[in-house]
Design a protein around this ligand. Structure first.
Ligand code: ANZ
Ligand code: ZN
Length: 845
């Protein structure tokens, strides 16, 4: 047989699928609906191996679901707004729109080269007015329902990207994209009221049993529901100070009270005490960035006042402290050094008692001798009536006593803050609000949507191009007609990805989606993407969906029933071996494409001058540009064909684990594709049966189906390897012919091009993409073999391994054919034969 020409077959079948819109989902289909979705890509310019792996997994499931009789929605689009387009504009002078659209075209071609069963008729890009205009409408629906508000607030300001970041986008005090130290600034910002749904969002997690536990836990921790207590300490001067705590259980561990520098108590003292005034001034000069607040030295000023412990545990000194913030809680706290690190640092410096009140395991020793505060779980010690209780029970007890005694009020508090969505950037969805001196905030009238981005913008200076555009923001107030100003902020791009899955399901021109059609597809049955979106994207999308339900636009609580987070694609790293290199360490990384192999397999780097620098092999790490260990999928697909690449992506590792890219791996996959081809093209026998192979085939059909349903793609692949090996070993028979014909359909979800190619000549007509998944013959699945005793006149003479459920005549024939029995009978013919099916053949001689 000839070799499988992957490039030719790929191109041919991709064109056929395209021309026939084979994978377009039909809203009016009578079949059960199935929505398979992978997280849509940011159009950075090129697809990477992570995309290939992610989309291959979704594709196998989507194709399998089609074969099992579902109407499948498997769409693709582009998360197309965001900073990189503006960076490109600043660096290369290209318009963000042109840059983005060119990238989309390039990446779309690359995705098509992989033969994904995508419904391209529903393609969308969030940067187009026919998407973001509808988002503006939804924003105004939320606004009308009171789920959107604007307020002056301290924001996280990224000084490099020159924009505000949500708390979620600040990681260790740095901007998630730029890596710059984030500053605090006061600005008027738009917020979405995600906190209104905090409880629902926690409760909803309980229903998401097809989500990874770790993702549910991360979301729960992020929302961070806890019990708080607000109460007043009586002060020695006759006044009082109100504090807020989330750890009322630690009350007996308190060793001081602290107020913020701009707290009224501090201000009053500063007015009459020069030292206090100087201290307050000094606090203001301290750093304002989040990172600095965490790490800066803890400073305190003893006010000379004392606060009376509410449970009679003595008097506590009252300090002004630089780590207490005025705009959080009440601007005053009680400090528990043993269980809070800031308090610990403070107490160490000012020699205040450090008293342990929560002990874990057998740490019952009340003396505190550790280096750091303990914030873990445990039981109360050293705390009178709280001793022995766990933290939650102790919190409840203290709150109950405070409320009964009338000196405090319990409250439920959340770590979650409202979602700040204002971004001072150009390449995003314009916020559809106009500011009028007379009317205030005025929503843009519906008939004026979309508020389109202006095309003629400049990126030569930092700041917001929308704000400095000469005319765009100047409009007449829709209310009074006077000169007014458009809001020049754009929405956080996480808003765009919070509802794209609904727009995929239904995309009318005149509204964001049709409720009935959207509800017929949603929720997404299987969502697949990276675990890096475990908190942000998934929480925002869950919130947005609930907000839509709240305003009556859809009857849906959770957008994604099943969630799968796939592992990364990794590769070895390579570094130049230059011992006394004094440049940035990153400069030493070498791309695998730039390596040369010397004698004995040693790797080196060939310099332009003809020199050779030895290479050190580094760790296997996630493919990344910074480590230069990426492999570009495009030339690999050109070399090996789409099926081999897809096969490799599925085969080596469980899908939730990392997959190490290797040359051997892709070559192995390619050889396997060729083995499939040899089987598909092999001579047919036409007759003869092979029960063992029949059983193997049906076992495989069932196992591969179960493995795909469980997203255990590597197991499905392993079962197919076994079947192929069994077919290769089997003698020609009609069973073998059937196994080969069936194999085409079994590999079709993973290797669709070779499957179509073979099906076109040997199949049952039509496209294999439309063929049904092979039916399992349940009878062939039952435990296949049994051991049968063969007796002569009641005496055991042989045991035989025979297929289970064998007919009496066949069992008798097998017994009579046994060498041992032939010898024992010595030419005699038995008078009578008694067969107990699956157990015994007794020959009476
Ligand atoms: C006593 C205590 C004991 C606290 C303990 C913590 C641990 P979250 O949970 O992040 O909301 N706090 C309250 N208001 C503050 C302010 N304005 N500036 C600085 N810190 C403030 O934080 C709540 C905790 O942060 C509160 O609980 C309070 O310290 C502190 F072992 O009270 B805690
Ligand atoms: Zn007005």
């Amino acid at each position: 047989t000839t070799r499988f020409n992957a490039l030719k077959a790929d191109a041919h079948w991709q064109r056929v699928w395209d021309e026939r819109t084979t994978f377009a989902a039909r809203d009016d289909s009578p079949k059960p609906k199935s929505y398979v979705l992978e997280m849509f890509p940011y159009p950075s310019g090129k697809i990477h191996m992570g995309h290939v792996r992610n989309y291959t997994m979704g594709d196998v499931l989507a194709r399998y679901r089609r074969m099992t009789g579902h109407e499948v929605l498997h769409p693709m689009g582009w998360d197309a707004f965001g900073m990189p387009a503006e960076n490109a504009a600043m660096e290369k002078g290209v318009h963000p729109g042109n840059w983005t659209r060119a990238n989309i075209a390039a990446m779309k071609a690359q995705l098509k080269r992989l033969g994904f069963a995508l419904d391209w008729t529903r393609e969308l890009a969030t940067c187009e007015p026919d998407y973001y205009g509808h988002e503006q409408a939804l924003f105004l629906d939320f606004y009308k329902a009171g789920l959107v508000y604007r307020k002056e607030s301290a924001v996280n300001w990224d000084p490099v990207d020159m924009t505000v970041l949500a708390n979620e986008q600040v990681i260790d005090g740095r901007g998630w994209r730029s890596g710059a130290l984030v500053e605090k600034r006061k600005l008027s910002q738009w917020f979405l009221k995600i906190t209104q749904f905090a409880d629902e969002l926690i409760e909803g997690l309980g229903s998401l049993d097809q989500w990874p536990d770790k993702v549910r836990l991360m979301q729960e921790n992020w929302i961070g529901k806890s019990q708080g207590l607000q109460f007043r300490f009586a002060l020695s001067d006759g006044g009082s100070v109100e504090v807020f705590t989330t750890r009322p259980d630690t009350m007996f561990g308190a060793s001081f009270v602290a107020v913020a520098a701009d707290h009224p108590i501090a201000q009053a003292l500063a007015a009459r005490d020069a030292d206090a005034a100087a201290f307050v001034e000094r606090c203001k000069q301290g750093g304002t960035t989040a990172a600095e607040l965490e790490t800066q030295e803890k400073l305190g000023y003893d006010t000379g006042l004392t606060a009376t412990h509410p449970f009679g545990a003595g008097e506590l000194p009252v300090y002004i402290a630089n780590f207490v913030l005025m705009d959080y809680g009440t601007g005053a706290v009680f400090g528990v050094p043993a269980h809070d690190q800031r308090d610990f640092d403070f107490a160490t410096k000012y020699r205040l008692p450090i008293r342990r009140v929560v002990a874990d395991g057998d740490m019952t020793d009340p003396a505190f001798d550790e280096e750091a505060a303990y914030s873990g779980p445990g039981r109360l010690v050293n705390s009178h009536f709280l001793d022995g209780l766990d933290i939650d029970a102790a919190k409840s007890e203290v709150i109950a006593r405070a409320e009964a005694g009338g000196w405090g009020q319990g409250s439920t508090v959340y770590r979650l803050r409202d979602w700040g969505v204002s971004r001072q950037r150009y390449w995003g969805t314009p916020i559809p609000v106009i500011h009028c001196a007379t009317c205030g905030e005025v929503p843009v009238p519906r008939e004026q949507l979309p508020v389109k981005l202006p095309e003629d913008v400049t990126f030569d200076v930092p700041g917001n191009p929308l704000d400095r555009h000469p005319t765009w923001k100047h409009v007449a107030c829709p209310g009074c007609g006077a000169d007014a100003l458009r809001d020049t902020d754009t929405l956080d791009t996480f808003a765009d990805s919070s509802w794209y899955f609904i727009r995929f399901a239904s995309q009318p021109d005149d509204r964001p989606f049709d409720r009935t059609v959207a509800e017929s597809w949603l929720p997404v049955g299987q969502y697949i993407g990276g675990v890096e979106h475990a908190i942000l994207h998934l929480l925002y999308a869950r919130f947005w969906t609930r907000a839509l339900r709240h305003v009556g636009l859809i009857d849906l609580a959770e957008p994604f029933t099943g969630l799968f987070t796939q592992g990364m694609v990794t590769h070895e790293t390579y570094r130049l071996d230059i011992p006394d290199h004094d440049g940035p360490p990153g400069a030493l990384w070498v791309s695998p494409a730039d390596l040369s192999v010397g004698e004995g397999g040693a790797l080196f780097f060939q310099t332009e001058e003809g020199g050779a620098i030895p290479i050190i092999r580094g760790r296997v790490e996630k493919m990344s540009k910074s480590k230069k260990n990426t492999i570009d999928p495009e030339p690999i697909v050109d070399q090996y064909g789409a099926d081999a690449v897809r096969w490799f992506m599925l085969s080596d590792s469980p899908p939730e684990r990392d997959l190490e890219w290797s040359e051997n791996g892709i070559e192995g996959a390619w050889r396997f594709v060729q083995r499939l081809w040899r089987l598909f093209e092999s001579e047919k026998a036409g007759e003869g049966s092979d029960v063992a192979l029949d059983r193997k085939l049906h076992r495989t059909i069932a196992d591969v189906a179960a493995a795909i349903e469980a997203l255990s793609f590597n197991k499905a692949v392993a079962k197919l390897y076994e079947l192929v090996a069994a077919i290769e070993k089997a003698a020609p028979s009609a069973s073998r012919d059937t196994a080969i014909a069936t194999l085409m359909r079994l590999v079709a979800p993973m290797a669709p091009h070779i499957a179509e190619e073979a099906w076109a000549t040997h199949g049952a007509g039509g496209l294999i993409a439309d063929a049904a998944w092979p039916a399992v013959d349940a009878a062939l699945l039952v435990e296949d073999e049994v051991t049968i005793a063969v007796q002569i006149n009641g005496k055991l003479r042989d045991t035989l391994t025979l297929p289970k459920g064998l007919a009496k005549e066949d069992a008798e024939a097998a017994a009579l054919a046994s060498d041992k029995i032939i010898r024992a009978l010595d030419g005699k013919t038995p008078r009578k034969v008694i067969v107990v099916p699956d157990r015994l053949v007794n020959l009476v001689a």
